[in-house]
Design a protein around this ligand. Structure first.
Ligand code: URA
Length: 237
């Protein structure tokens, strides 16, 4: 066990003095929890996040693709003791999800202990395409569909889908199933888009993440990524 600021400084992330400032400013998380106490001791296995960037560790790197079930939290731990996605995976390594799916969203989620890859994939400049299947309340009118296709402004930024398709319309028009591909990574972004259009999302599933898809994985099942897939993720634009 060592002091948090020492581990951060030894890692080469920044100086010990800067590390102390970051801790005091509430910018440092250990295993998902903000730590502001300067003397806090952590061990080499703890997952340290500074300003949203994971600290690299010297350990065997592992990579999992999970079909996340509903009612699992996309995090390492939870104050309310709700089940987390990490608990579904049998590994000794300290893994964490790459990005988030909401508690009630299902589908493809990557988990790893490779901070470099996680940071790389979560950076907006990498424009990773994510495809979702959304069940929405009611039916989009042709003009709403066109509006969505052209882009919807969410919090001052326009989200333009890369791909958009109506997969199914309920005969009583109670709901519609939409396939939508976006490169955006903001939290709850799909729900915000459809809320903006006054068609709230009833169910949401992520089908694919870049070239990776769920394949035959059932809810709660997972597999390890192949070396080839990891290399391909690293080589994405
Ligand atoms: N958009 C959402 O609204 N929720 C998710 O879980 C993922 C994308």
């Amino acid at each position: 066990m060592e002091r948090l600021q020492k581990i951060i400084a030894n890692n080469g992330f920044t100086s010990r003095r800067k590390a102390e400032e970051l801790i005091k400013a509430g910018k440092v998380k250990v295993n998902g929890k903000i730590i502001t106490e300067l003397g806090t001791k952590v061990d080499a296995n703890d997952q340290i996040e500074i300003n949203g960037t994971y600290l690299e560790k010297n350990e065997k790197k592992v990579y999992f693709l999970l079909n996340k079930p509903r009612h699992y939290l996309s995090s390492v731990s939870d104050n309310l003791n709700r089940p987390t996605v990490v608990s579904l995976i049998d590994t000794k390594e300290r893994i964490y999800p790459i990005g988030r799916l909401d508690y009630d969203t299902t589908g493809l989620l990557l988990l790893t202990n490779d901070g470099k890859l996680a940071n790389y994939l979560m950076h907006p400049k990498n424009e990773i395409e994510k495809t979702y299947i959304a069940k929405i309340e009611g039916v989009l009118t042709p003009s709403e569909f066109y509006q969505l296709k052209k882009g919807i402004i969410i919090g001052n930024r326009k989200v333009i889908p890369k791909y958009l398709k109506v997969c199914k319309t309920a005969s009583n028009k109670a709901y519609q199933i939409i396939e939508i591909t976006i490169i955006e990574g903001r939290n709850h972004i799909i729900k915000k888009i459809f809320t903006e259009l006054k068609h709230p999302v009833l169910k949401l599933k992520r089908e694919s993440y870049s070239f990776l898809s769920l394949g035959n994985l059932k809810s709660g099942e997972y597999r390890m990524l192949t070396i080839k897939e990891v290399k391909k993720l690293y080589s994405l634009k």
